[in-house]
Design a protein around this ligand. Structure first.
Ligand code: ATP
Ligand code: MG
Length: 247
């Protein structure tokens, strides 16, 4: 049984896409795979009033968790697209760290491999006193930082890695999202160099932009194929403490 967390240098960097993609790869390697998230904001309200987390929807589909209830994956769903601490105040919901932790612990305990998506960045407030870093720390799981080879991202990557380490988290390395080898120039290539040089952490893989049809209809086999070609899953499993089924 092993689990790891996915954080990023910013919101919208690709945590969900990376979470789902890694879950698809783990699933296709034969692991009983789970995904979870402590709380989702910016959720979509359906006509019947139900709130849907599109993050949970995508990663659940990647992990073949169609049968699972959204509430087993993410215990709180909030409509305002704000940090959970603030979004919850607006809608009058009290978020309990214990509930977030229990939901994710249950997911981890009932699967061989679990990918835990954070919220926003590493210091995003889930409540006023419980930040994403505290959540990962309390779960005792290592984290991967999703980065993008864009201007100023080296700075954000270094700050995220240093902050996480200073708060007692084990950082496994980086996944560079939306990588395109064909158009990578000085900016993109130098980002890769400095992520590793300035943090001493490895780049575990570079995920390309997924085809649009896989975004709307996630196919775990196709996504896993892309992941296996571009991300070092053996290394991730090894450093996350899993037993490697491919070796
Ligand atoms: N590798 C990718 N291939 C295709 N589209 C991508 C990829 N990465 C990100 N995107 C696009 O960027 C959007 C933001 O990515 P994603 O939802 O994974 O970010 P996030 O870090 O999880 O954001 P949030 O902080 O809101 O949870 C996605 O809806 C998707 O459209
Ligand atoms: Mg997300």
């Amino acid at each position: 049984m092993f689990a790891f967390g996915i954080t990023a240098t910013d919101t919208e960097m690709g945590k969900t896409i990376v979470t789902g993609s890694l879950a698809a790869a783990l699933k296709e390697r034969g692991y009983n795979t789970g995904v979870c998230k402590p709380v989702a904001s910016g959720c979509v309200r359906l006509a019947d009033g139900k709130l849907i987390s599109t993050d949970a929807e995508f990663s659940m589909a990647c992990a073949h968790m169609e049968g699972a209830m959204q509430s087993e994956v993410v215990p709180y769903v909030l409509e305002p697209a704000l940090a959970p601490a603030e979004a919850s105040k607006i809608v009058g919901v009290t978020l309990e760290p214990q509930v977030m932790l229990e939901t994710c612990k249950k997911m981890i305990m009932s699967n061989e491999a679990t990918v835990v998506e954070g919220v926003g960045g590493i210091s995003a407030p889930l409540t006023d006193d419980f930040l994403v870093r505290d959540f990962f720390h309390a779960l005792h799981i290592p984290i991967i930082i999703v980065v993008k080879a864009i201007l100023c991202n080296v700075n954000h990557a270094v700050l995220t890695a240093e902050y996480a380490k200073n708060h007692g988290l084990k950082v496994l390395g980086f996944i560079v999202n939306s990588w395109n080898e064909e158009i990578a120039g000085d900016l993109e290539k130098s980002n890769l160099y400095y992520y590793e040089k300035l943090t001493g952490l490895p780049i575990l893989g570079k995920l390309p932009t997924l085809p649009a049809e896989l975004m709307t209809h996630p196919d775990s086999k196709k996504i896993a194929n892309i992941v296996e070609k571009n991300i070092d899953m053996n290394k991730i499993i090894a450093v996350a403490g899993g037993e490697n089924t491919n070796e």
